[in-house]
Design a protein around this ligand. Sequence first.
Ligand SMILES: NC(=O)c1ccc[n+]([C@@H]2O[C@H](COP(=O)([O-])OP(=O)(O)OC[C@H]3O[C@@H](n4cnc5c(N)ncnc54)[C@H](O)[C@@H]3O)[C@@H](O)[C@H]2O)c1
Length: 264
Amino acid sequence: MTVPTLPDVKAKLLEGKRGLVVGIANEHSIAWGCARAFRALGAELAITYLNDKAQKYVEPLCEVLEAPIFMPLDMRESGQLEAVFERIEKEWGRLDFLVHSIAFSPKEALQGRVVDVGRDGFLATMDISCWSFIRMAHLAEPLMKDGGTLFTMSYYGSQMVVENYNIMGVAKAALEASVRYLAAELGPKNIRVHAISPGPLATRAASGIPEFDALLDKAKAKAPARSLVSIDDVGAAVAFLAHDAARLITGETLYIDGGYHIID
Ligand SMILES: NC(=O)c1ccc[n+]([C@@H]2O[C@H](COP(=O)([O-])OP(=O)(O)OC[C@H]3O[C@@H](n4cnc5c(N)ncnc54)[C@H](O)[C@@H]3O)[C@@H](O)[C@H]2O)c1
């Protein structure tokens, strides 16, 4: 892997802000696109990696980001999420933004019909892909003393039936509804909450979805922009929303899809 560099940005518009980014698996991850943009604009970051196997892919990226906090986080391991927030509290005493860019569904649940999904597959999908965001918001709330911004990644399959998206579409619908409730509950504390809904991107998570290439072809042909989305497009949007200038935008699902979702 050639280690990517940061874009050269002169105006450090996020200088002084501190954020947690969860979901970097490699240099194709949406979370990496977000982290790159935040850091290029001067923010300081805490980064997590799934486990020992993932560490060797994430660590070089973490070095590029000069992240002072680098910790393991598997949502299935009890105590790991709490440990990340304890460390943030100890080192920083506060948090300005958080990116939740993780999802998981067991293969047999994801690749079958929704009507056939078993209880364990359903619960695992909802647990890692939706509840984990609610719990992160819960732990972030006391640290966002001067307000803050919470982000999660969704997809159009939450709104429309997208072939092969299956139970993940159900989880993303719950995730987007969670964003609205969290935004309403945390808004009085100046904490904003956003779902970001990018068009399809060829990442590791996407490789679990059958016929993903056909989805990419369709996205490019149908989107008004006639273009696929990049992780840097997502990064630019979240960086703007993390800025104080976006203080009255909350509870939204923001599509970064070249306009795909407006076309019949
Ligand atoms: N790739 C796309 O086309 C696309 C489009 C819209 C939304 N999304 C969403 O974007 C998010 C990021 O996915 P990506 O496409 O960058 O793929 P990715 O594979 O790079 O990232 C997925 C991340 O989820 C993490 N993860 C999985 N199980 C976990 C667990 N138990 N605990 C902690 N972390 C866990 C993985 O370690 C990985 O870092 C997901 O929510 C995905 O649904 C992806």
